[in-house]
Design a protein around this ligand. Sequence first.
Ligand code: SME
Length: 159
Amino acid sequence: MAEELILQQGQKAEQYQSIIPQIQAIIEDETDVIANLANICAALKQQFDWFWIGFYLVKDNELVLGPFQGPIACTRIAIGRGVCGSAWQQQQVIIVPDVDQFPGHIACSSASRSEIVLPIMKNGECLGVLDIDSSELNQFDEVDAKYLKQLIAMIENFI
Ligand code: SME
């Protein structure tokens, strides 16, 4: 495993194209789920410096906070609650350009302004979500969804 990431400047598509193969190289020889999810958060934080990046994992029919980078966050989310609970329930990617406009948004921090949440699926079941928050409005779009789905596909191989 490489000890240092090569960080890419420029358009976010280029940044994803650079960081995703590096993440693949970091996780491919490791089977521990928590270790891999932790390094994925760290690599995304280093490349993009988003406000909060983390995983919530389904345990006993709740989303429970997993590996993350950023400030402390709420630990448990019920199905259908907030953006994370909605992405879990709907089994769909949810992009929120302005969290104040999302009914039921769970404000772990008032500094979070926009958000993207992607479900992690295995055999038709949602096992958790990847949640990314930005301190700026309108930070996530279909480009993020496209590349983060590639990352989710890698996670679905080891989770
Ligand atoms: N805002 C999320 C809760 C998790 S935190 O942002 C880390 C939501 O509405 O589900």
